[in-house]
Write a protein that binds this ligand. Structure first.
Ligand code: BGC
Length: 369
C-alpha cells in the first residue's frame, strides 16, 4: 500500500514538474511558475539535461556520449545519458522518461529521424527545448537547433579524394568503383551520398567510372543500421558476381562501419589489387587499417568540438538566450529550416593522422596498436 502511494506520489510529482516547467519556459505564467525550483530549472548552468544517443555498438557514439556528459557536468548540469541499442521504440521510451523525469532540455542523436514526432510533441507541450545532435530530426516543429558536422562536405571530401587519387580529371580509365552509404532513416546518409555523388556522378555518366554491380542509386547502396555485417554481406555478393577476374579500383564508403565490412569482405574473398577505400569517423579499427594501408582515407570529426558547441547551445536555451549558429539555410526538417551549427570535417590519411589524432589527444599510441 505504502509502495503504491509512493509510486502515485512519484507520478504526481513528475506530472506537476512537467507542468511547472511548461509554464516556466513558455513564459506563460509568472505567478505559479515563480517558485525557486522552477526558476532555477531554467537558468544556464543548472538543471537536468537529457542526452539520447542511438547505440553503443559504434565507437563514435560512446565518445559523443562521454564528451557530452563531461562537458555538461563541467558546465553545472545534471545529465541523463541514455543509449537505445539502435532500437527506435527504446529511444522513444527513453525520451518519454527524460520528459517525465524532469529534464529541462533534450539533446538527441536520433536512430530514425522520422520517428520521434510523438515524444517531441510532449516535450514541446512541456516547454522543453530540443537540440538535434549530429542527425537532423525530421518533421517535428519541436526542434530548436541542430548541431552537427558539415555532412555535405563530408561526402564532397570523400568524392574529391577519389577523384584525385584516381586522377579522374586526366586519366583515361575506365575504373571500377562500388558504392556503400548508410541507413536510409538517417538524414545524414543522404547528405554524405549526395556530396560524394555530386563529384563522382559525372564520371559515372561519362563511363570513366564503372559500377560493375550496377548498384548506384541511393536505395541500392544504402546500408540498414550502418551495419558492418550488412555491408560485408553485400560486398561478398558483389565480389562473387562481378570481380572474379577484374580489379576493383575504388570503394566509396560513407563511414567507417561500412568500410570495415567492405575491408573484411575483400580480405576474405578478393584476389585482385586492393582498392582505394574511403571512410568517416576515424574509428580505432579503421585507423589501424589506414596505417596498415587497407583504407586510403578517413574523415575526422572531432566529437569534442561538437560536444562543446552543443553545450553552448544548451546554455543559450537554458539561459533564455539565442544560440550561436553558422548555417541557417541548409537543414529544413519538413517544418522549416532549423538553425544549425556545422563543425568542419577533416580528411585524414597516413600523412596527417599523427597530427590530427595523436597530437590532438584524440587517441594515444597505445589505442592504435
Ligand atoms: C554519423 C556518422 C556515423 C553514422 C553511423 C551518422 O549519422 O554522422 O558519423 O558514422 O551515423 O553511426
Amino acid at each position: 500500500m505504502k509502495k503504491r502511494f509512493q509510486k502515485l506520489l512519484a507520478i504526481g510529482l513528475a506530472v506537476a514538474c512537467v507542468f511547472s516547467l511548461a509554464a516556466c519556459t513558455s513564459g506563460e505564467s509568472s505567478s505559479s511558475g515563480g517558485s525557486t525550483a522552477a526558476k532555477k530549472e531554467t537558468s544556464a548552468g543548472s538543471g537536468k539535461i537529457g542526452v539520447a544517443m542511438p547505440t553503443k555498438d559504434l565507437q563514435r557514439w560512446n565518445q559523443d556520449g562521454e564528451n557530452m556528459k563531461k562537458e555538461l557536468e563541467a558546465a553545472g548540469y545534471e545529465v541523463d545519458l541514455q543509449y537505445a541499442s539502435n532500437d527506435v521504440a527504446t529511444q522513444v521510451s527513453q525520451i518519454e522518461n527524460m520528459i517525465s523525469g524532469g529534464c529541462e532540455a533534450l539533446v538527441i542523436a536520433s536512430i530514425d529521424g522520422e520517428s520521434l514526432g510523438t515524444p517531441l510533441q510532449s516535450a514541446k507541450e512541456a516547454g522543453i527545448q530540443v537540440i538535434a545532435y549530429d542527425r537532423l530530426i525530421m518533421n517535428s516543429d519541436a526542434v530548436s537547433y541542430y548541431a552537427t558536422f558539415d555532412n555535405y562536405m563530408v561526402g564532397t571530401k570523400q568524392g574529391e579524394y577519389l577523384e584525385e587519387a584516381l586522377d579522374l580529371k586526366n586519366a583515361a580509365g575506365p575504373f571500377n568503383i562500388e558504392i556503400f552509404t548508410g541507413d536510409p532513416g538517417d538524414n545524414n546518409a543522404k547528405f554524405f551520398y549526395g556530396g560524394a555523388m555530386d563529384v563522382l556522378q559525372p564520371y559515372v555518366d561519362s563511363g570513366k567510372l564503372v559500377v560493375q554491380s550496377g548498384q548506384v542509386d541511393f536505395a541500392s547502396v544504402a546500408t540498414a543500421d550502418w551495419s558492418t555485417e550488412k555491408a560485408q554481406a553485400r560486398m561478398d555478393a558483389i565480389i562473387a558476381s562481378n570481380y572474379a577476374d577484374k580489379n576493383i579500383d575504388a570503394v566509396l564508403c560513407s563511414n567507417d562501419s561500412t568500410s570495415l565490412g567492405v575491408e573484411n569482405s575483400l580480405e576474405a574473398n578478393y584476389n585482385g589489387e586492393w582498392p582505394i577505400i574511403t571512410g568517416q569517423d576515424c574509428d580505432v579499427a579503421n585507423t589501424k587499417n589506414l596505417i596498415a594501408g587497407k583504407q586510403a582515407m578517413d574523415i575526422f570529426k572531432d566529437t569534442r568540438d561538437l560536444a562543446k558547441q552543443t553545450v553552448s547551445m544548451v546554455d543559450a536555451i537554458m539561459g533564455g538566450g539565442t544560440a550561436e549558429t553558422n548555417d541557417n539555410e541548409t537543414y529544413d526538417n519538413g517544418t522549416g529550416v532549423i538553425p544549425s551549427y556545422l563543425c568542419e570535417p577533416v580528411v585524414v590519411t597516413t600523412d596527417n593522422y599523427k597530427e590530427m589524432l595523436l597530437d590532438s589527444g584524440y587517441y594515444t599510441e597505445d589505442d592504435l596498436k
